[in-house]
Ligand binder design. Structure first.
Ligand code: FMN
Length: 471
């Protein structure tokens, strides 16, 4: 097995120098000048076109914000890095999903069959025009589908959009964002019975989309199998459990779920039970945004914590094991929970103590930018998924790094959606030297902390003028 991903994980903790940033065009939307287009109804939420709405909720340009150079100061730490040659530079468009540096490098393609709501073929979703660009006109689903899907969505990442800002770190962000995109797709797909795959024949799918695999990676596939008209329901078979058990065993064998990774024996550490919570992730997609000014430092309720953690540890409907990452978190000023580092156990819905004591200084030491350091002082909960490279490599071969990062990104995005649904603010941060926290968490071997998001009551000066462009 190659060790390129091993070296990458151990060496690249922060952005690397980009010698010629001017060589990268500022475009964040593709264009296919000569290809035929298929319009989607606008505004998406007012039409009955479910696929159009799904695409807008996934990759659409749905928000605009007006920012000033002062808003950018906590990210850049000086006015030096702020260009002033374009008077409109502070009008920014945003999308439903977060994106590293707002580079919006994720793209969506649509592989439609005859039962899809759009013409059969292979299309690019153009978020600027909210329409589909037709790239091929045949039924190509057999190259991408593992289920009888009417439509398959394929998510890619245009690497150079990230590389222009982050250098070598582009690949880490591309992999994290695949998880975020998939998590969002599974939430906004509603009743389309969606499942996702991160393990598929990459080379074939890349060829199908006509992409150069060195420039744009194909990262995930989402299959939509909408329901057929319902038949008259028969009586319950609950009275005959043995017969049903025999039948269900065959069904399970015909479509096995992902096997968990080998489990370590349960530890002796102290545990805290959490109240039951039912996060509404779909509601969260309406208001989720990255907190711009940090948090107010107010105490968080244990119910809010339980809602965030339930979404964090939820199993996605995809081909990766639920325990591909472990759900570490750090807590301060949550009513009823002593400050410290914990591991959240989703099956038990309990917190296991990892390290006691106020975590703020440790988090601050690991944070690079002013905004992140402020978050270390003022947030209440920091989620830090942890992955075991050995176990992942054993299962996924060279794909281990990619799927582990995706699992981390998805877990944090689910938590951000749950938080938004209960008015708790959040921000995903990659500018944290997470490896500095590994020893504190007691991680051994090739277990590593992968990414961080913080959560709390939004700072009163945090809300920026924002216009919803679709809803
Ligand atoms: C993988 C990832 C890494 C991010 N890292 C940082 C970061 O290091 N610092 C930061 O201030 N924001 C970070 N963000 C937040 C983005 O800047 C934010 O999502 C983007 O500006 C879009 O704004 P929105 O989330 O409000 O839609 C990150 C987001 C993602 C998805």
């Amino acid at each position: 097995m190659g060790n390129a991903a091993r070296r990458y994980q151990e060496d690249v903790h922060s952005p690397t120098e980009v010698a010629n940033p001017e060589a990268y065009p500022p475009r964040v939307v593709k264009s296919y000048p000569d290809a035929p287009r298929h319009p989607l109804p606008w505004p998406p939420e007012k039409s009955g076109h479910r696929l159009g709405r799904l695409l807008a909720d996934l990759g659409g340009i749905t928000r605009s914000q007006w920012l000033t150079p002062l808003d950018m100061l906590p990210f850049t730490d000086s006015f030096e890095a702020i260009p002033d040659d374009d008077p409109l530079q502070w009008l920014v468009t945003r999308r439903p999903t977060p994106s590293g540096g707002a580079r919006y490098s994720a793209e969506w393609y649509v592989i439609a069959g005859p039962d899809s709501e759009v013409p059969t073929g292979v299309h690019y979703y153009d978020p600027a025009r909210h329409d589909l660009v037709r790239l091929r006109s045949g039924d190509y689903r057999s190259w991408v589908a593992s289920r009888p899907a009417a439509t398959v969505l394929v998510q890619t990442n245009v690497f150079w959009r990230l590389a222009a800002k982050y250098g070598e770190m582009y690949y880490r962000l591309a992999c994290l964002e695949a998880g975020i995109q998939v998590a969002q797709a599974l939430v906004v797909a509603g009743d389309a019975n969606a499942t996702a795959r991160l393990c598929f024949p990459d080379a074939d799918v890349t060829e199908l989309l006509g992409l150069d695999p060195r420039e744009e990676g194909v990262h995930s596939v989402v299959e939509l199998v909408p329901p057929v008209p319902s038949a008259f329901g028969g009586p319950s078979l609950a009275a005959f459990p043995r017969a049903f058990g025999a039948h269900a065993a065959v069904l399970a064998q015909s479509r096995p779920g992902p096997e968990p990774l080998p489990a370590e024996p349960a530890g002796e550490a102290e545990r805290i039970g959490l109240p039951h919570a039912r996060p509404d992730l779909a509601a969260g997609t309406r208001t989720r945004h990255a907190a711009m000014r940090g948090f107010s430092g107010e105490v968080m309720s244990i119910d809010a914590l339980a809602t965030i953690l339930t979404a964090y540890g939820q199993q996605a409907r995809w081909d990766l094991p639920a325990d591909l990452v472990e759900f570490y978190c750090v807590i301060a000023d949550v009513a009823g929970i002593p400050a410290g580092a914990y591991r959240y156990l989703p099956g038990e819905h309990q917190l296991e103590l990892v390290s006691e004591g106020d975590p703020r200084q440790r988090l601050r030491d690991a944070a690079l930018a002013a905004l992140t350091q402020q978050g270390a002082r003022t947030a209440n909960v920091w989620l830090l998924p942890v992955g075991d490279a050995d176990a992942a490599e054993e299962r996924f071969g060279d794909r281990w790094y990619r799927v582990q990062q995706a699992a981390a990104g998805a877990a944090l995005h689910r938590a951000c959606l749950a938080a938004a649904s209960i008015d708790v603010a959040s921000r995903i941060q990659n500018d944290v030297l997470t490896h500095l926290l590994d020893a504190w968490f007691g991680l051994t071997g090739r277990k590593r902390t992968l990414l961080m998001a913080h959560f709390g009551t939004e700072h009163p000066a945090g809300q920026r003028p924002e216009f919803r462009l679709t809803w």
